[in-house]
Design a protein around this ligand. Structure first.
Ligand code: NAP
Length: 246
């Protein structure tokens, strides 16, 4: 009960934060709108999913307690829906995974089969304090390979992991259009070329410029604690930091 209440108060704070975002009446560029499922509708899932809704995508936010998402859904309007993780996976042409990394083994048991063949944007980071053994596994094998182990057969793209959700909320507002010097860059990495294309479109639609860093093994270059993590740089600046060709 206490954790439910805590979850509710955090969600109320998130909704209040999202209400401060200003959005454009139309996306900067016409793009195909798709259905997106969000697993973990907390700080990251709530923030990025809301940016997509404001751009015109249909988003099903999910929770193990979908009733707690009522206020978020109502604030976002008819393109936002609430469901269970199973329903969000079935709903989404693409799925954003935004849960604590220590939950990946449980998620794998419950949902890996359903995620097979889906475009999955993976925002999870492993931290020593929170994620314990999973942190050790990521340190040993790399974040890309570790996520791939838990979601085998998913068309995995690492994305939206390299900055704080408050930065995403601020910089993604107004489609990223008001940012002096250009939109903020989001590093992404994946082994499936067509999934990377989908992810590039979704990064754009959230108000950012995508920078493809490489395959899943290259996700380590912008993992927590790496040189590519924690920037609010433009795409040319981030490419320079990561030694990528302009
Ligand atoms: N916070 C940031 O600024 C930030 C930035 C970049 C990346 N990340 C990464 O993104 C992930 C999410 O972070 P967050 O800050 O958004 O966390 P959060 O606010 O705590 O939200 C995580 C959500 O995950 C869901 N969840 C937890 N365990 C689950 C399970 N076993 N199965 C299904 N859903 C589960 C919870 O939803 P229900 O309880 O409602 O089911 C919760 O709302 C983490 O890996 C984090 O490292 C966070």
């Amino acid at each position: 009960m206490r954790s439910d209440l805590l979850g509710l108060s955090r969600r109320a704070a998130l909704i209040a934060g999202l209400a401060c975002l200003a959005f454009p009446a139309m996306a900067q560029e016409a793009s195909k709108k798709i259905r997106i499922g969000v697993i973990g509708s907390g700080n990251i899932g709530g923030t990025i999913g809301s940016l997509w809704v404001k751009d015109g995508h249909e988003v099903m936010f999910s929770s193990r307690h979908p009733e707690t998402l009522k206020a978020l859904i109502e604030a976002l309007g008819s393109k936002a829906k609430a469901g269970t993780p199973e329903e969000a996976i079935a709903f989404g042409d693409a799925v954003l995974v935004a849960v604590p990394y220590k939950a990946y083994p449980e998620l794998s048991t419950s949902y890996a089969a359903a995620l097979k063949g889906k475009v999955v944007l993976d925002a999870g980071n492993a931290t020593k304090a929170r994620d314990g053994e999973l942190y050790d596994e990521v340190q040993a094998n790399g974040i890309g390979a570790t996520s791939e182990k838990y979601f085998p057969g998913a068309r995995l793209v690492r994305a939206f992991n390299a900055a704080n959700y408050k930065v995403f909320a601020k910089e993604g507002a107004n489609g990223g259009a008001d940012r002096a010097g250009g939109r903020m860059a989001i590093p992404i990495a994946g082994d499936d070329a067509s999934a990377l294309k989908v992810a590039e479109g979704l990064v754009h639609d959230a108000g950012f410029d995508p920078v493809v860093v490489g395959g899943l093994k290259d996700a380590s270059k912008f993992a927590m604690g790496s040189p590519g993590f924690g920037h609010e740089k433009t795409a040319p600046e981030l490419r320079k930091t990561l030694g990528l060709t302009p």
